[in-house]
Design a protein around this ligand. Structure first.
Ligand SMILES: Cc1cc2nc3c(=O)[nH]c(=O)nc-3n(C[C@H](O)[C@H](O)[C@H](O)COP(=O)(O)OP(=O)(O)OC[C@H]3O[C@@H](n4cnc5c(N)ncnc54)[C@H](O)[C@@H]3O)c2cc1C
Length: 403
């Protein structure tokens, strides 16, 4: 469902929908049986087609070879790409690359742009983002331990990270490390530094098994050790101590991308649920969809998806008009709300399919496993709910100091 159909979207959306429907979705069965790396060569052909059609990097400005869309417009493209697990990958706007591209474009030196961004934008390499550490609470990353110490013209990086998504096969990592550990303001201690993954001392310890899957390549979550990794000072993004403010910048639009992708997943799950409800015969000619409990699933899901879409696009509009900082509370609100809608819709779709819903004969069980993480990454539900409630209670004069 496209709500804000602009002239630009009118031109590109039908083409994008056709590629998703006719080229990418037919490959899903293959993907659900094999690791990502096995399907990758087939996806390469689609990536070439996307380039030929002039749809590559849809999130970027025209000056950088993209479609020059607003966040509201790109959000609606992200929804369509979300209908299948590798829609975003085929258009080069998948996380974490999209976040790294936007981060580098907005804040990095020409050296970083030429060396790392240029091949990333062409789709010749992949990247990853390395902040969370197993020994420290990721929801409060100011506590992290990774250090980057100056040594002549270089930083020497030491640390232990995990859940560095897509690290397997990535050419570089954007690493969050403490460069200014003595800064009084704890939000000014860390910096973001680009570390090529072929740097001596960069070690991908393993791809962490997640939800019963040994994910590889783009779908991997790496445990990574940095042992005396030496990288030039010029690999710093922005200025020293700016890590957390850059992380905020990176996450604002990123949450719109994620939420609209989740709405795309919801729509696909909803469609599968309705098709199954309309066709599954319970005996004596009674169809599943004639049962009220299943009708409730359908009605509740429709209402929740519609509400979620409006909330996300409203937030995107605010970011477009006033910037991500002004929309912080809206961003927190959609992050937990849409992640929960996603989980409820997927659960109902799986339930409606019965045993079939648990197999890999439909895409539902992949998403059911894979998207449980939506309530945890980019800030767990509880953190975003607290941020929203604190802001509201402030208006009622309650001391909102975190306890
Ligand atoms: C699939 C996936 C992909 C990820 N990708 C990346 C990546 O690419 N790069 C990267 O650096 N990190 C990544 N992460 C890590 C992610 O950012 C962290 O998992 C997240 O920030 C939460 O940190 P934690 O797991 O250490 O949980 P903790 O901080 O230990 O929190 C545990 C639980 O405690 C509760 N909790 C936490 N804080 C509060 C609070 N203030 N009030 C109430 N309850 C609270 C929440 O329920 C939370 O789930 C990824 C995680 C997942 C699951």
């Amino acid at each position: 469902m496209t709500i804000f159909l602009t002239p630009k979207l009118e031109t590109v959306l039908p083409k994008i929908k056709a590629i998703v429907q006719d080229q990418i979705i037919p490959l899903e069965a293959d993907f659900l049986q094999h690791n990502f790396s096995k399907v990758k060569p087939k996806l390469e052909a689609i990536r070439q087609l996307v380039k030929q059609e002039g749809l590559w990097n849809p999130h970027l400005s025209s000056a950088h070879g993209g479609l020059g869309l607003s966040l509201v417009e790109f959000g609606q493209i992200s929804e369509v790409l979300g209908h299948t697990p590798y829609g975003h990958y085929c258009f080069n706007c998948n996380a974490p690359d999209i976040g790294n591209q936007e981060l580098i474009l907005g804040n990095a030196s020409e050296h970083i742009k030429d060396t790392f961004l240029a091949p990333l934008l062409k789709g010749n390499i992949r990247s990853c983002f390395s902040m969370t550490e197993p020994e420290f609470a990721g929801s409060n990353p100011t506590e992290m331990d990774t250090s980057a110490v100056k040594d002549g013209d270089n930083y020497i990086i030491n640390g232990h990270k995990w859940f560095t998504s897509s690290a397997d096969g990535a050419s570089f990592a954007v690493v969050m490390a403490n460069t200014n550990p003595d800064a009084e303001n704890k939000y000014q201690r860390a910096s973001m530094i680009v570390v090529p993954t072929d740097t001596k001392g960069f070690e991908l310890v393993c791809n962490i098994p997640v939800m019963g899957e040994a994910n590889d390549d783009y779908f991997s979550h790496g445990e990574v050790r940095y042992t005396n990794c030496k990288v030039p000072l010029k690999n710093l993004i922005g200025i020293e101590g700016a890590g957390f403010s850059l992380a905020q910048q990176r996450l604002g639009p990123g949450r719109i991308h994620h939420c609209m992708r989740w709405i795309g997943i919801c729509e696909r799950a909803f469609d599968l649920m309705c098709k199954h409800a309309a066709s599954r015969d319970l005996g004596n000619g009674v169809k599943l969809g004639q049962k009220q409990s299943i009708q409730n699933f359908i009605a509740e899901s429709r209402a929740e998806i519609n509400a979620a879409r409006f909330m996300v696009l409203h937030t995107a509009l605010k970011i477009d008009n006033e910037g991500a900082k002004a929309a912080r509370i809206e961003i927190s609100t959609i992050k937990f709300y849409v992640a929960n809608v996603l989980q409820r819709v997927l659960d109902r779709a799986v339930q409606t399919h019965g045993a079939l819903g648990l197999t890999d004969y439909t895409v539902l069980s992949f998403w059911y496993r894979h998207e449980r993480a939506a309530r945890i990454y980019d800030g767990p539900d509880e953190v975003h709910k607290a941020a929203l409630a604190r802001q509201i209670l402030k208006g009622y004069g309650l001391n909102t100091k975190v306890v």
